[in-house]
Design a protein around this ligand. Structure first.
Ligand SMILES: [Zn+2]
Length: 221
């Protein structure tokens, strides 16, 4: 049977160990970059030429609200997208700033309701993708291609890339906990000097994992 003194030593050692573990956890917490996850509703990016055709020559987008990534914004302007067999998506939001090439990003659900076969692509990788017709207040644009479901990706700075030990184009995993917990296996790394650490998924993916219901989220290789 242990003496009182021995018991005390065990208790004290246990307390010290807990305090040290707590400190280690806090230190790890400080090193861990702050991870944001955002769900993008269907939207489009537009070229100068197509904005002119849709809204009139020289038209400038109006900022509705800034987005988490520096310099990006949701515009007040929307268009109507017309798919095959005249199925429509109205109020398709334009995101700024202007891009060199027009691109529409839909969730699978949107593509199904339009009757369009839409591939999963990284932003800007548009060759061989389906097109659609866009209708604005001043005119119509017939896109030859550019309709995609955006591949899930994570924006990060070179410092964050060093922290995770990943390079441009690498695939990472995103574990979302909670009652509808899912681990996404193909989160593409996009590195930029001004990027904030931020995973982008679409509304189907966000609904599937109950993104809004949990803060238990982890990004790893
Ligand atoms: Zn993004």
């Amino acid at each position: 049977m242990a003496t009182a003194a021995a018991m005390d030593r065990v208790v004290v050692e246990q307390l010290v160990r807990e305090v040290v573990l707590q400190k280690l956890a806090e230190a790890e917490g400080r090193d861990q970059p702050k991870l944001a996850v955002h769900a993008s509703a269907r939207h489009m990016h537009v070229s100068r030429e197509d904005l002119d055709a849709l809204f009139g020559p020289g038209y400038e987008l109006t900022v509705d609200r800034p987005l988490y990534q520096e310099g990006n914004f949701a515009a007040k302007e929307t268009v109507t997208l017309i798919g095959p067999r005249s199925r429509l998506i109205s109020n398709l939001r334009i995101l700024g700033p202007l891009r060199s090439r027009t691109q529409v990003e839909l969730a699978f659900t949107d593509a199904v309701s339009l009757g369009l076969d839409v591939p999963i692509r990284l932003s800007g990788d548009l060759d061989g993708t389906p097109g659609a017709v866009l209708m604005g207040p001043k005119g119509i644009v017939e896109m030859r291609d550019g309709v995609i479901r955006a591949a899930m990706h994570v924006h990060m700075s070179p410092q964050d890339a060093a922290h995770y030990d990943v390079s441009q184009g690498d695939l990472m995993k995103l574990r979302v906990g909670g009652d509808a917990g899912i681990t996404f296996e193909r989160v593409q790394v996009r590195i930029g000097p001004d990027f904030r650490l931020d995973v982008h998924m679409d509304t189907d993916e966000a609904n599937a994992c109950g993104l809004h219901l949990t803060k238990d989220i982890e990004l790893f290789k």
